[in-house]
Design a protein around this ligand. Structure first.
Ligand code: ZN
Length: 82
């Protein structure tokens, strides 16, 4: 019974965070009407400095001048062969 309660609380937490994120994003778009020109939100595709995979900039991790596809590769650092 107690595990079920924790599970439900976790679900509620995930739902709440997702809702908060969606709302924050929506408000930013709606709030800056004059900046909301079409094509403003062009997603930059960047190459991971470690494995070379191309990912949207917002999905990856930036560390100084390097960009990585994930936190693990940021910790691993840039690949040696370039
Ligand atoms: Zn990578």
């Amino acid at each position: 019974m107690r595990n079920l309660l924790i599970f439900l609380l976790a679900l509620l937490g995930i739902w709440w965070v997702r809702r908060a994120l969606t709302r924050a994003r929506g408000e930013r778009d709606a709030g800056n009407g004059k900046f909301a020109a079409p094509g403003r939100r062009v997603e930059h595709i960047v190459e991971c400095a470690h494995c070379g995979v191309h990912v949207p900039e917002t999905d990856g991790v930036r560390d100084g001048s390097h960009f990585y596809c994930c936190e693990a590769h940021r910790l691993a650092g840039p690949s040696k062969h370039d």
